[in-house]
Design a protein around this ligand. Structure first.
Ligand SMILES: Nc1nc2c(c(=O)[nH]1)N(C=O)[C@@H](CNc1ccc(C(=O)N[C@@H](CCC(=O)O)C(=O)O)cc1)CN2
Ligand SMILES: Nc1nc2c(ncn2[C@@H]2O[C@H](COP(=O)(O)OP(=O)(O)OP(=O)(O)O)[C@@H](O)[C@H]2O)c(=O)[nH]1
Ligand SMILES: [Mg+2]
Length: 447
């Protein structure tokens, strides 16, 4: 599979100053010599100005070609980049030329997949490449860069190094069945396992922040009609995204936009105001609001603060109450005395901007309850890592219990191997022994 040479346009298609077509594989250089007239002494990692020629020898594009000699390249294979003029047609024609001269069209992610398969990066780093590209806030970007630098992979590998001696120790007893594991040794092994267990739990605790950084905290703006929800969305966005009007029931469908607050990505959702309505369309909108509330990370409840507190308030499920921020909007009209006792409520005005900073700080405070976001080495694992670290933790707990019950060392060793494999899954390490076991278990003895 790695014997073929792949090619793809690496930049977004559209009119741009420059576009990049990238080629990777053993025939990259040979293909390049068919596509362009190369200088005799093409030097790795140096830009050469060349002309890309069509099948008849006519000019297609004129640009810079860079040769990365494997293994010193992104994929670890021979790579050629052609930096041409960034037009849609010219770029597509250049790619077609590479494809007709020996390369095949790359699958999505295939360059990075090759980098992984060739040992240029572990699986967490490959994932970080996409996180980096998708990052929509400074904290998400920082976490992606940390992961690209290998923090998560190194932690998983370090945890493996802690467990391997435990496994070796237990396995030694398998060879000497007449010996029991001494209580002293047992305590020692348990302590080591507890250390790794603690590290796994610490990582697992970052997964909620990881989800928020990767996908944004779902922040639902909700309240009665006409209180200023859409106005608030517009204020936070900095432009007039949603229609605002003095007519109650203006917003029907939910409106979603991503913003960042103190570096945290928020997926802001403006909703239809909640009330009993005879209007079919409005009723569907209200159902959507209720659905959004069910899956919210954060609820910004807006009330008209210039009116008395008898006005309708949200009936939030208890789990969401600690994730609610109450906005007393229209403070420019004066705040009604009824709201005086409302703890933590933020007087706000979409007209004057009063309360904007207080709201931003409150948002950060609520999100921070999910875990620390702003440490020096922000680790924020993804759902796949979380599942693997949880499996590792489960197996360690089982191994520890088996040790305490004085079970057979074979059994304890099995659990520890599973824990090791779970850590290997994080970094994409394939346990050769395990694969061989599976393959050869179907053979018969003596074969
Ligand atoms: N033009 C261009 N820009 C790019 C990329 C690319 O492929 N081409 N990248 C692609 O996503 C990213 C950069 N990532 C890269 C990672 C490693 C190597 C590389 O050549 N590594 C060699 C040599 C290392 C060195 O000289 O220090 C190696 O690892 O052996 C290149 C790009 C972003 N910018
Ligand atoms: N004085 C004052 N008026 C405001 C403020 N915020 C919003 N309004 C006005 O209140 C009215 C309703 O604003 P919207 O933002 O459309 O309210 P909404 O909650 O989205 O309403 P629905 O979509 O109908 O549920 C508009 O006339 C706004 O101009 C504010 O801070 N002060
Ligand atoms: Mg609205």
């Amino acid at each position: 599979m790695l014997n073929d040479t792949i090619a793809a346009i690496s930049t977004a298609l559209g009119e741009a100053a420059i576009s990049v077509v990238r080629i990777s594989g053993p025939q990259a250089l040979q293909t390049a010599s068919r596509v362009a007239r190369l200088p005799a002494n093409i030097r790795p990692r140096q830009a050469h100005l060349v002309q890309i020629l069509d099948a008849e020898g006519g000019a297609l594009d004129h640009g810079l070609m860079i040769y990365f000699k494997g293994p010193a390249s992104y994929t670890g294979e021979d790579v050629i980049e052609f930096h041409g003029h960034g037009g849609v047609l010219v770029t597509q024609r250049v790619l077609e030329r590479w494809l007709s001269c020996g390369a095949r069209a790359a699958e999505p992610g295939e360059f990075t997949q090759r980098a992984f398969l060739n040992g240029k990066m572990d699986l967490t780093q490959a994932e970080a490449v996409m996180d980096l590209i998708h990052a929509q806030s400074t904290l998400a970007l920082r976490a992606a860069n940390e992961q690209l630098g290998g923090v998560i992979g190194r932690e998983a590998a370090a945890m493996q190094q802690e467990i391997i001696p435990v496994l070796a120790h237990i396995e030694a007893y398998i060879d000497f069945p007449e010996e029991d594991i001494s209580p002293e040794t047992g305590e020692n092994l348990k302590r080591r396992m507890d250390g790794v267990l603690g590290r796994a739990q610490k990582l697992i605790a970052t997964s909620e922040q990881g989800r928020i950084l990767r996908h944004g905290a779902r922040t639902v703006i909700s309240g009665s009609p006409n209180v200023g929800k859409s106005s608030l969305l517009n204020v936070l966005l900095g432009f007039e995204r949603a229609i605002v009007s003095p007519t109650a029931g203006t917003t029907r469908d939910t409106i979603e936009e991503v913003i960042q607050v103190h570096g945290i990505p928020l997926r802001l959702v403006d909703t239809a105001g909640l009330r009993d309505s005879d209007d079919d369309v409005e009723r569907v909108g209200i159902q959507r609001t209720e659905r959004e509330l069910e899956r919210a990370d954060l609820v910004i409840e807006v009330v008209d603060g210039s009116l008395g507190a008898s006005a309708a308030r949200l009936q939030l499920p208890p789990a969401l109450v600690s994730r609610r921020i109450l906005i007393l909007n229209k403070s420019d009209l004066g705040i009604h005395a009824d709201w005086a006792g409302e703890q933590g409520a933020i007087p706000f005005s979409c007209l004057t901007g009063e309360g904007t900073e207080a709201l931003r700080d409150a948002i950060r405070a609520v999100i921070a309850t999910a875990g620390p976001l702003a440490t020096d080495h922000p680790i924020a694992i993804n759902a796949r890592h979380k599942a693997a670290f949880e499996r590792c933790a489960e197996r360690l707990v089982a191994a520890r219990a088996a040790l305490a019950r004085n079970e057979a060392p074979e059994f304890i060793a099995l659990e520890i191997r599973e824990a090791l494999q779970a850590l290997g899954d994080v970094i994409g390490q394939v346990d050769v022994e395990r694969i061989l076991d599976v393959i050869f278990s179907t053979f018969c003895i003596g074969k």
